[in-house]
Design a protein around this ligand. Structure first.
Ligand code: ARG
Ligand code: ZN
Length: 874
């Protein structure tokens, strides 16, 4: 049941209007759907095709006439009506049981309230409909429900009318003035309260903004509201895009598969990306809220006004919207160095998650060619690599050129469902640029490797930089054609300053070289001394850069590079070289040592008060265990863990005085504020704490205990608790106990409580199983499942990969258990085995067994089956 991009055909019928009527009841909801349809002149197919899943058909009328069993066919998940006239009004009545819907797709119940999630294909489990994004219709929605239980009735667009129905029920009628695909439909029927505000738009209109939450959470909505207002302003200013509705609503729900959903005018959010106050949310949580509120709001133009022709084009809206939310977050900080820190975070995500995906069995192009289950393709490749692809376009055409391209894109495609090619064409045409070769970023999977070799000619005063590219094979794609890669390059002199690049259009300190062939040499002239090249500045392309840097060159860049991202990168390279050497040594029973050069470099950055604390934190943070694993020939998770711990302990011991003084210098007394500067201070201070606690003496642990006891915000509390747990401190269990008692009524904090324990060095499968028995654990709630099961399988490699295979057996068991509840969540967990072929043979054997055990089940969702069968095949 693989679906191919090239098989796309236009829909046989278009839908003009849809009127939906809901009689909401958890056990038995009646959905009435009246839609007017018209034959699509662009289609060759004859009849009407409607999708429908898990719904019971009660009645079907065409142009007023009741259809009988012989008038239509239901085969599998398609309802077909043959020989239909050009203009059709269909009236369809169906039944569904929202309370039994544990998939959290379609119409479901969470904590007694009704919510919907329709992307990608959830609408078809609400009513029969051509549930594909290229069918855009005007929706009118009538909601009827018990007034006492569901006082709030929301849907897309504008509230037209509301009132009583007698018998304790009430109604609300909503109308969305904009045509939209079915995946953007939403309704909420719930007992909720809201924070609301009128907000003046650029054109002078006032819009009503609301953030809806459960009673008791109204003390946690300020930041989401502020982020929404900032998002609206930012899109007006940066892209000239205005809110097109009089009303914009955000609703928080505790059971949600993903982060949030951009339903027109009615964004539905995982509580994790709405609720925050200093007591319960960390700096990272605050940043996540800003980014996701922005992301969903920005979808209103990039996704909703212009949507996707088909799901293969998903990155058209997701890559672009991630790019937009990244730029938004960076602009909110405002400083160059703050911007660089957000960029470093993005690079980390790519290396931690996207590069492994691109090198594994689920590797796929940004615009995939085929899939079994579309929900499996909401990936870091489609989202984050997709954003990198958009960013590269901006690098190639410039910021103003990018804006011109966006303007043309909306001029051409507002109200349409289009493709990634359409976006690229708008960018190319608006700028007179040829982006044909650039298309390969959309069509070829895999992370390109760019090799660089420099040659300095002292006599001619020239520096020749030869760049070559290759891309490893990925499933279904053995040979790759050269990519169009922007490589931003600067040359550092011995004094650490950038040389001025004066030749051949290369002006200023940084030149963007365009690598389009397999190998190309770029010449810099007038280079008065042998330079240290700083390449891929600001991470100008999502590639692996190989250059035979010496330690001295890296130390030079680490101290002086004017590009903060590459400055950070030099430190990562220094650290990675040591970590992989140590992990290799440990795997072979070698002895451990760490050179003073490295420690000194760390010290220098740590105490450099001219640098932002947030940047220093990034520069001092070691590559993660997953990132180290990706660099190893054969992955030995225990050796990697031990190597990283060893380095952490060395840093803690050798830099004890400096870490302690930085700890105190970066305290943030007074009222908590999540702004970037304060968050950066806490970040550096808490990293210092974690290094100190990793050292053999007791000072760090005592400091952590004191911070835990005195903390007045969640950032500091969690950091202290993690330090205690990771140091295996005697005080950790009591601290965990107190933490639970203090926050047992805050679901999002209890998620943290579980995940800290899941990632603890001593937590083995047995301990995870014990935690699963805790009364607060609930596999059905995705946030809770992620906090414990995922945090263990993905975030505690040394324990998950126990040599006895117990981690893999546990994984198989949980994937199977989750699949019966919620295939989307199960399938995400299944992905934690992606890289199984890279482990030592003994581990591989057990991993394969676990994969086969899951794959052998007859009753398995398409979601999980696709993931495990691809893992076994590739
Ligand atoms: N469009 C949403 C976002 O990026 C993601 C929703 C995806 N949901 C799903 N079940 N596949 O913000
Ligand atoms: Zn999105």
């Amino acid at each position: 049941q693989t679906i191919y991009r090239n098989d796309y055909t236009p829909p046989s019928y278009l839908v003009e209007t849809v009127e939906l009527g809901f009689d909401l009841d958890p056990a038995r909801t009646i959905v009435a759907n009246r839609m007017t349809m018209r034959r699509n002149p662009g289609s060759k197919r004859a009849g009407i095709e409607l999708h429908g899943e898990n719904i019971e058909l009660v009645a079907l009328r065409m142009n007023g006439k009741l259809l009988g069993k012989r008038d239509y066919r239901i085969d599998g998940r398609l309802l077909r009506i043959p020989n239909t006239p050009d203009d059709v009004t269909l009236e369809i009545e169906t039944l569904t049981a929202p309370e039994k819907n544990t998939t959290l797709s379609g119409l479901y119940v969470s904590n007694g309230n009704f919510f919907t999630q329709c992307e990608a294909e959830g609408f078809r489990s609400i009513t029969f409909f051509p549930d594909r994004p290229d069918v855009m219709a005007k929706f009118t929605v009538m909601l009827r429900a018990d007034k006492e239980k569901y006082p709030v009735l929301l849907s897309n667009g504008n509230l037209v009318e509301e009132g009583e129905l007698g018998d304790g029920r009430h109604f609300a009628l909503w109308e969305d003035p904009f045509k939209k695909p079915s995946y953007l439909f939403a309704l909420v029927a719930a007992r909720l309260v809201c924070q609301e505000e009128r907000f003046r738009l650029k054109d002078g209109r006032d819009a009503l903004l609301q953030v809806w939450v459960e009673e008791g959470n109204l003390d946690k909505t300020d930041y989401a509201m502020q982020s929404l207002k900032n998002s609206i302003r930012w899109d007006e200013e940066r892209f000239g895009l205005e809110l097109d509705l009089d009303r914009f609503m955000i609703v928080a729900v505790g059971d949600f598969n993903m982060g949030a959903m951009e339903n027109k005018g009615l964004n539905i959010f995982n509580t994790k990306f709405v609720l925050a106050n200093p007591r319960v949310a960390t700096d990272v949580d605050y940043a996540g809220i800003e980014a996701v509120v922005g992301h969903e709001y920005f979808h209103n133009w990039t996704g909703n006004r212009v949507t996707c022709r088909d799901w293969f084009q998903l990155s058209l809206k997701e890559g672009l919207t991630v790019f937009r939310d990244q730029e938004f977050s960076a602009d909110m900080i405002g400083t160059d160095s703050g911007r660089a820190v957000t960029r470093i975070d993005q690079v980390r995500t790519l290396r931690q998650a996207q590069f492994p995906e691109d090198a594994g069995p689920m590797a796929h192009p940004v615009r995939p060619d085929s899939f079994v289950e579309i929900n499996n393709f909401y990936t870091v490749t489609v989202y984050e690599k997709g954003a990198e692809v958009v960013r590269m376009i901006q690098t190639l055409v410039g910021r103003e050129g990018f804006r011109k391209g966006m303007d043309l894109y909306f001029e051409r495609h507002d109200g349409q469902a289009v493709t990634c090619d359409d976006f690229r064409a708008a960018m190319a045409d608006a700028n007179g640029r040829d982006l044909n070769q650039f298309e390969r970023w959309y069509s070829q999977a895999g992370t390109p490797v760019v090799g660089a070799v420099g040659r300095y000619d002292a006599e001619a005063k020239t520096f020749d930089l030869t760049l070559s590219q290759s891309c490893p094979p990925t499933p279904g794609q053995t040979d790759k054609l050269p990519f169009h890669i922007p490589v931003a390059v600067g040359l550092l002199g011995a004094d650490g300053n950038d040389m001025q690049l004066g030749q051949g259009g290369l002006k200023g300190a940084t030149a963007v070289l365009e690598l389009t062939e397999q190998s190309q040499t770029f010449s810099f002239t007038g280079v008065l001394e042998a330079p240290t090249p700083s390449m891929l500045r600001d991470f100008s392309a999502p590639v692996v850069l190989e250059y035979a840097y010496t330690d001295d060159e890296l130390l030079h860049l680490f101290s002086h590079d004017s590009d903060p991202v590459n400055r950070w990168e030099a430190g990562q390279r220094l650290a990675m070289a040591r970590l992989s050497r140590l992990a290799g040594a440990l795997a072979n029973g070698g002895k451990l040592d760490l050179d003073d050069t490295f420690i000194d470099a760390m010290r220098k950055i740590l105490v450099d008060a001219t640098l932002d604390p947030a940047f220093r934190e990034q520069a001092l943070l070691l590559p993660s265990e997953t990132m180290i694993a990706e660099k190893m020939g054969v992955v030995n998770p225990q050796a990697i863990h031990a190597a990283r711990q060893f380095v952490r302990a060395c840093i803690g011991a050798c830099l004890r005085a400096e870490l302690t003084s930085q700890y105190h210098a970066n305290l943030t007394p007074g009222q908590y504020s999540p702004d970037a500067l304060s968050a950066g201070r806490r970040g550096l201070k808490n990293l210092a704490l974690s290094y100190l606690a990793a050292a053999p003496d007791a000072d760090g642990v005592n400091l952590a205990q004191a911070q835990f006891d005195g903390a007045d915000n969640m950032t500091d509390r969690v950091a202290a608790l993690v330090a205690l747990i990771q140091a295996r401190a005697d005080a950790a269990p009591a601290a965990l106990h107190d933490f639970y008692q203090d926050f047992k009524n805050e679901a999002l904090v209890i998620d943290k409580w579980f995940s800290m324990q899941a990632a603890a060095p001593d937590t083995d499968v047995k301990a995870v199983r014990a935690l699963m028995q805790h009364s607060a654990f609930n596999l059905k709630n995705p946030n809770r499942a992620r906090s414990l099961v995922f945090s263990f399988c993905g975030g505690n490699p040394a324990q998950f990969h126990a040599i006895d295979g117990s981690g893999y057996a546990f994984w198989a068991e949980q994937v199977i258990a989750l699949d019966a509840i919620n295939p989307q969540v199960a399938s995400r967990l299944a992905r934690s085995m992606d890289r199984w072929r890279r482990y030592a043979p003994a581990l591989q054997l057990n991993m394969k067994k676990a994969l086969q055990q899951v794959a052998s089940l007859k009753k398995l969702s398409n979601d999980v089956r696709e993931v495990v069968s691809k893992a076994l095949a590739n």
